[in-house]
Design a binder for this molecule. Structure first.
Ligand code: AMP
Length: 356
């Protein structure tokens, strides 16, 4: 049954993804209560109420649960214990999706078990494991913390055998993976409804700078287009396997040998921000529709060409000037208090030529 208008959606996490999700929820007549530890919780501006408490504050979680008719998350590192402390009936999506996606080793093994091809990798739990992984996988490669890394944080590139001698085990479980020679990075973003219906948005080419997404572009180019079907097939199997409900993202490298699975995010994704103006239904709206049991919207791309570019750090202070530029810029600013270096502050989407 669909969640009635006026019902309340709980969102765990307080960042820009929650903010844009809340805007979509409000548009569909829902109320939104956010929950996150103290910080620059920019989602709060768009929420009917916002609870600021630690992830392990059981009383605050109880209060939150009492306000909500359904609960979702906008951040994949919400502790599993936090989600498990909520009544299961409130959860839009099984907690297993978080458990798998929070751990690079688990997500790669899970994708591989469904036929996905990850980069060659080894688990690293000690200095001896690291030495063995470097020897077996070789260089170049990347050492990544298995958990809690994002936007290129918690990663160390090992370019050569000489550098391999200088890397040390960081003291937490890591994954060492071979460096993939790719033409383009792309993501598959899907929405899965409660009834198991799956819809995909077009895959953008994703350009990263310093390990962080800088731009997403459509059309994505011939190589990506040739590999999307195989990547979608894996993404649908992952979603079905997890009993997933909502928007799910899988990231890939398009290589000459086919799509290489990199990682998954059990949530709306930065590379899907273009869907707000560029698709018939945005990733945010369809996530809300899915978790509320509403019919899913058409995901079709509306324009011939689309570019989404992130606004990072101090550029945000001058970002209003973008509105005077040609090319139909759609500016989104997240209202973050501090324009720190490397911080995602907003994005701008440009679209060209409406598709008939
Ligand atoms: P991740 O946090 O795993 O998404 O890594 C951030 C970015 O680093 C990716 O989007 C790629 O641009 C780059 N990267 C990560 N892993 C690899 C790899 N195994 N080979 C080549 N580039 C990688």
């Amino acid at each position: 049954m669909a969640l009635a208008t006026g019902s309340t959606i709980g969102i765990l996490g307080g960042g820009q993804l929650g903010r844009m999700m809340a805007v979509a929820a409000l548009q569909l007549g829902y109320r939104v209560v956010g929950f996150a530890p103290a910080g620059d919780n920019v989602a709060a501006d768009a929420c009917t109420a916002f609870i600021t408490a630690d992830w392990d504050d059981r009383q605050a979680l109880k209060d939150f649960a009492e306000l909500c008719d359904v609960v979702t998350w906008e951040f994949e590192n919400v502790p599993v214990s936090t989600v498990a402390a909520l009544p299961e009936a409130l959860l839009a999506c099984p907690v297993r999706a978080l458990e798998v996606a929070q751990d690079r080793l688990r997500e790669k093994a899970f994708a591989a078990s469904l036929g996905g091809v990850p980069a060659p990798y080894r688990a690293v739990d000690s200095a001896a494991d690291l030495a063995a992984a470097l020897a077996e996988v070789g260089t170049p490669g990347i050492l990544k913390t298995a958990r809690d890394g994002y936007d290129g944080k918690g990663q160390w590139r090992v370019r050569s055998g000489v550098e391999a001698g200088a890397v040390t085990f960081p003291g937490v479980t890591c994954i060492y993976e071979g460096f993939v020679t790719y033409e383009t990075e792309f993501s598959v973003i899907l929405v899965r409804g409660k009834d198991g219906t799956v819809k995909f948005w077009d895959s953008t080419a994703n350009l990263h700078e310093g390990g962080m997404l800088a731009r997403s572009v459509l059309p994505a180019g011939g190589l990506v287009e040739a590999q999307v079907a195989e990547a979608r097939n894996l993404a649908a199997k992952v979603a079905d396997g997890l009993g997933y409900v909502g928007v799910l993202t899988l990231e890939f490298f398009a290589t000459r040998e086919g799509p290489v699975f990199n990682e998954m995010a059990p949530r709306v994704h930065n590379s899907g921000h273009w869907t707000i103006e560029g698709a018939a239904t945005s990733q945010f709206e369809n996530h809300i529709r899915a978790i509320c049991g509403l019919p899913l919207g058409v995901t079709k791309t509306r324009f011939e060409a689309i570019e989404m570019r992130n606004i990072v750090g101090e550029e945000a202070l001058r970002a209003h000037a973008i509105l005077a530029e040609p090319g139909e810029p759609h500016l989104h600013l997240y209202g973050k208090a501090e324009a720190r270096e490397g911080r995602k502050m907003g994005h701008v989407t440009r679209v060209g030529h409406l598709l008939k």
